[in-house]
Design a protein around this ligand. Sequence first.
Ligand code: SF4
Length: 378
Amino acid sequence: MTKIEWTEETWNPVVGCSKVSEGCKNCYAITMANRLAHIHATTELYMDTVTKTAGGLLNWTGVVNVSEGAMDKPLWTRKPTMFFVNSMSDLFHESVPFEVIHRVFAVMALCPQHTFQILTKRADRMAEYFKKYENGIGDKIENRVYQYLEYMHGPDGRLLPALREAGWMWDETYANNDGSIDKDTELLFEHEGPLPNVWMGVSVENQKCADERIPFLLQVPAAIRFLSCEPLLGKISLAIEAPEWDDAGASRIYSLEGRRTDMGRPCSDTNKIDWVIAGGESGAGSRPMHPDWVRSLRDQCIYSKVPFFFKQWGDWGPHPPKPVEGKYTGAGIFIKPDGRYGDQGEWWDGTATAMDRKGKGKTGKKLDGIIHQEFPKK
Ligand code: SF4
């Protein structure tokens, strides 16, 4: 079990990372990795992933290790489960070889009973991977799938029904009368379209990340495409500027609707975002989230009929200001819509919102009195 509200389990076939953008500033996984580096059973796996800086703070070293022990975990989990892939790393980190990513996809292909949520901040490398191997299920993954079949169950093909269910095809004339296949039979596995049980997502903590990462996400084949706007660090419009490399000649992409326009005129359609998650930050050094930022995402999702999941406020929650003789009396800070914040003396000018650091357990997950925890339809 995991405490992450929008999934059921975490699966970490690779561990270790390095910071890549503002959302990584207070990366919770670093502290967790450091703890695991000091636990006997996981020392070897985590030991070289974390270091202490000159200032005494923990940080990633950039070393990424493959967890051979965890790689097969979903294969041995019978109960249909929603897995968040790599809570302790980024699957598309520059140090993760594509060969390792093939293995991860092979496991997911062999587990149609589960749902896998892959979330990355390296959207460009994710797009590069899929471009190189078409649907991410090129011959490299096919080979891996076949190796797993043999490794798990011998060459009798008992997993073939699972593969069939996952949308894989092969020439049935090679199979025996009972549907099994012989060890030395070379089957050409083929798969059309994305794996139906794999959701692909990118983290977007502010507008800059949205503009940079969403266009890559829209390019990759996926059953469900999603955004994790967590920690939310600014107001985000999901109608983003089209990048120069987009060959549709569009100037704007309405990512929640899969529409492109050029100077207001409709262009060709594109893929769309199917799910948006948002949440605030918690832990040491956590930054407050202006309520208008999360309201904006909620409203954009409602307008475009896209499921919206508000995870929680984080450590900072909104506090109704109680001005006494023009001064706020709470213990919190004021945050302006542009993200600047300060104490009440400096900021009580009517345009800022009061936020109190009450702790994650107390701020809750209601937005304007309502819990929004929707999931996309599979
Ligand atoms: S990408 Fe994720 S795991 Fe890696 S440093 Fe950033 S927040 Fe941490």
